[in-house]
Write a protein that binds this ligand. Sequence first.
Ligand code: CMC
Length: 432
Amino acid sequence: MKTDKTFTLTNDDTGESWTLPVLDGTEGPSVIDVRKLYADTGHFTFDPSYTSTASCKSRLTFIDGDEGVLMHRGYTIEELTDNSTFLEVAYLLLEGDLPSQKQMDDFTHNVTYHTMVHEQLHKFFTGFRRDAHPMAVMCGVVGALSAFYHDSLDIWDPKQREISAHRLIAKIPTLAAMTMKYALGQPFVYPRNDLNYAENFLHMCFALPAEPYKVSPTLAKAMDKILILHADHEQNASTSTVRLAGSSQANPFACISSGITSLWGPAHGGANQAVLAMLREIGSVDRIPEFIERAKDKDDPFRLMGFGHRVYKNYDPRAGVLKASCDEVLDELGVENEPLLEIARELEKIALQDEYFVERKLFPNVDFYSGIILKAMGFPEEMFTVLFAVGRTVGWVSQWKEMIEEPTLRIGRPRQLYTGPKKRSYVSIDKR
Ligand code: CMC
């Protein structure tokens, strides 16, 4: 971490200079340690959207955006999606290493036996309109978990932290499926502990009491892969939201609910729903050039959804895995010609050759192909971002746990560059 390298900062007006330490990670750029900058110089740093700011130390996930590499605890996302399962990746993220068979069995048991939610939580759903966006319902019901599980709210007790983590990973799919069932006007389907994580999720989403439902192994495998691909992504907006909420020592259920609200926006997790709306709006391959021109026009708010990323200046490796999965899933479902997939492929091809996108290094991201697969599986479009949240919960919880376990935990409290009025005197209303 600490190195002999330094940076020197000089005030060009006074000639004063300060030596700033440089810290190294195991991968990625070094950081200039500015923690004492204000105390030493009386200046803050200014980086409103955190383009150049490392907000924390973390051992969980590494992204090399230039090379298009994503690794969890040192394993590439391709290796994990090819060989692992979502629950194993969840263990890896939470605990730091791949589990032994015994550790895996215990973890699977613990998560599986927390899948039901308090029966009274069912009543929360009926308070929502059936046409509420499922993410609106998720913000409410996930936050409400803290009103039900009082025995795991003590964040300073490692055992309680572990139970909360297991509860969150276990209950998120149950709540997500209930959200979908509620919107459809169908009865809730209870979890089945004889099914694996992805199978059980599909079962809760698609089974009906009136007839048997058999989970397709191909779809369960695809679902599991989708969940792995969304499991963690270092300090993105929703994860940073969870960390900031958690830094005030709020309970983990409340923190994860704050992550869900942050994920909802179309610049983040909401993009998967927006991609499908965009592909539908484009409507046919011959209209693609018109939309590419609109995306380039600075006076038009239209952007290519599912394109571009703050960190990746290369193909998002998650999009690569999803693109390959698309055919497998559509084959299994007997979808021969999916017009939206045809538009997506052509749009990608045209954009990747266009100077505007090439110059700005704008590539498809994880949201570009996920919606097509999820739609083919039968998920309503409003559910897409909820599915992102189901996968990301383990990342949020693991990042929250890592932060709480730091001995130097302090509340997160950014400063600002104040640009409002200087001190002035109050004027009574009759004199204004
Ligand atoms: N379509 C057209 N132009 C774009 C796009 C796009 N999708 N994305 C970026 N640009 C342009 C942007 O106008 C800017 O151009 P210029 O330099 O001429 O002003 C340049 O590329 C850099 O963009 P930026 O907005 O400064 O980049 P950012 O890092 O702040 O934003 C982003 C990243 C993901 C919010 C943005 O690329 C975007 O809005 N993409 C579409 C929404 C999307 O797909 N979001 C999902 C992200 S991946 C999953 C997740 O994190 O949840």
